[in-house]
Design a protein around this ligand. Structure first.
Ligand code: NAD
Length: 256
């Protein structure tokens, strides 16, 4: 049980982050939400598990706002025990046509934000001799796809950061690991399905089937609830010696 523990999940107003926040709340953790959009809906979904929940709207492109968010979490709950770096964005374009400001945003949100939350969360975790850091990377932290230079670079970087932090903390009760999901049907992927349907003159259902067929042998989406369950395991005592892994949940994508 995670009663008495506090989990901060970045980008948790939607998709995978909300699924992970829900799993941690079910196990009794107090929750710090972050992200834009449907904040009230996310808040209600978490609160129904009887845990304390707060939201901070830090824009993760801004280190000063990340500092505010971490101070806010510590002020409300004492410390962050479980840190899930989940927020991420995608932009699809060939490298020689990639908008430079998009490159900066992808790297800032998908990679640099995790550096900042980790460095700010660690002092309190060290004091408690316990902590769990889970970085939501991607299969694109392990392999590439065309037209996703910033995303693939950021996710490979996040896996590298994960391994380094895990080694630095190897003699402590703090673990750091990465999850590498394949396709999950969230707003981030819905946009790519819509683009595919538009470009190739397909129905949504056809575009969705094609997207899965290209990369994911199972032909089925991974779900936020499945990723929530895996995060819950990594937060458990049974996972105390899982350190520095890049753990796939990808319907066979990277087995090919
Ligand atoms: P999503 O678009 O549903 O959710 C993204 C979340 O991040 C939202 O809560 C959004 O408000 C927040 N966010 C975006 N920009 C932000 C910013 N500047 N500051 C603060 N919050 C911000 O996406 P998702 O599919 O749930 O993705 C979550 C993570 O999982 C991402 O890191 C993504 O790369 C990764 N991932 C997704 C898939 C997939 O197939 N969906 C696969 C592998 C990895």
């Amino acid at each position: 049980s995670l009663h008495g523990k506090t989990a901060l999940i970045t980008g948790s107003t939607s998709g995978i982050g909300l699924g992970i926040a829900t799993a941690l709340a079910e196990a009794g953790a107090n929750i710090v939400l972050n992200g834009f959009g449907e904040i009230d809906t996310a808040h209600k979904q978490i609160a129904q598990h009887g845990v304390a929940v707060i939201h901070h709207g830090a824009d993760l492109r801004r280190p000063d706002e990340i500092t505010d968010m971490m101070a806010f979490a510590a002020g409300e709950f004492g410390a962050v025990d479980i840190l899930v770096n989940n927020a991420g964005i995608q932009h699809v374009a060939p490298v020689d046509d990639f908008p430079t400001e998009k490159w900066d945003d992808v790297l800032a949100i998908n990679l640099s934000a995790a550096f900042h939350t980790i460095r700010l969360a660690l002092p309190a975790m060290r004091e408690k001799h316990w902590g769990r850091i889970v970085n939501i990377a991607s299969v694109h932290g392990l392999v590439a796809s065309s037209n996703k230079s910033a995303y693939v670079a950021s996710k490979h970087g996040l896996v590298g950061l994960t391994k380094t932090v895990a080694l630095e903390l190897a003699h402590t009760g703090i673990t750091c690991n990465a999850l590498c999901p394949g396709w999950v049907l969230t707003p981030l992927v819905a946009k790519q399905i819509e683009a595919k349907a538009r470009e190739q003159g397909l129905s949504q259902a056809q575009a969705q089937a094609l997207l899965l067929a290209e990369k994911q042998p199972s032909g089925a989406f991974v779900t936020p609830a499945q990723l929530g369950a895996l995060t819950l395991f990594l937060a458990s005592e049974a996972a105390a010696e899982v350190r520095g892994v890049a753990w796939t949940m990808d319907g066979g994508w990277t087995a090919q």
